[in-house]
Write a protein that binds this ligand. Structure first.
Ligand SMILES: C[S@@+](CC[C@H](N)C(=O)[O-])C[C@H]1O[C@@H](n2cnc3c(N)ncnc32)[C@H](O)[C@@H]1O
Length: 180
């Protein structure tokens, strides 16, 4: 877990190495987006998945607690009319109740300081029936083990998410559910 937001240098380095990683395309495909969706990427980093989502949905929003990441995401998204980025943490999202129909977090969850607070916030900003997806590496390092994934499922169910399930996709763990 990180105890502080990513620095400018680390954000810049990450954005160079992971310009459009395969997993950004994967999460957008797995989210099964359609035009009416209002999509939120929590821990969006340089914003590649948000830009991909914006090609499909009316609105795609990225939030990240690191200002340097948000600065990079905004700089790279100048041409995209329907995407925007905000600084904010998963644990205290700067959005109104029910603002989104789908939310995901990709390779960010394992950094969160308070996952239950993050899930509570995501449940709050999702409209009823909104989908939520977590994509992480399969394994202990920078990802989720099987037992950690089970714990996440339990937490999501206790918070009122339904149809929560775990799948392994492309050597990654996908946990998905829907808000009630
Ligand atoms: C490994 S990067 C992944 C970025 C992007 N999702 C991707 O897959 O390319 C992790 C990101 O999560 C962000 N992050 C970590 N903890 C966070 C939190 N509690 N709330 C919001 N963003 C967070 C970091 O600032 C960083 O940009």
């Amino acid at each position: 877990m990180d105890d502080k937001p990513w620095s400018g240098f680390r954000s810049w380095l990450y954005s160079l190495v992971f310009r459009t990683p395969k997993s950004n395309r994967l999460i957008v495909d797995l989210a099964e987006l359609s035009a009416p969706d209002r999509a939120l990427d929590v821990g969006c980093g340089p914003g590649a998945a948000v830009r991909l989502a914006g090609e499909i949905t009316a609105e795609a929003v990225g939030v990240d607690r690191a200002q340097p990441m948000v600065d990079i995401a905004r700089k790279r998204s100048g041409q995209h009319q329907n995407v925007r980025f905000e600084v904010g943490s998963a644990e205290s999202l700067p959005f109104s109740d029910g603002a989104f129909t789908v939310a995901w977090t990709a390779h960010s969850y394992h950094h969160w300081e308070d996952p239950v607070a993050g899930f509570t916030e995501i449940h709050r900003v999702l409209a009823a029936g909104g989908r939520f997806l977590i994509l992480e590496q399969d394994g202990k390092k920078h990802g989720l083990t099987d037992s950690q994934s089970q714990q996440v499922v339990t937490q999501l169910e206790e918070l009122g998410f339904r149809d929560v399930g775990i799948t392994k996709v492309d050597k990654q763990i996908l946990i998905s559910g829907a808000s009630s």
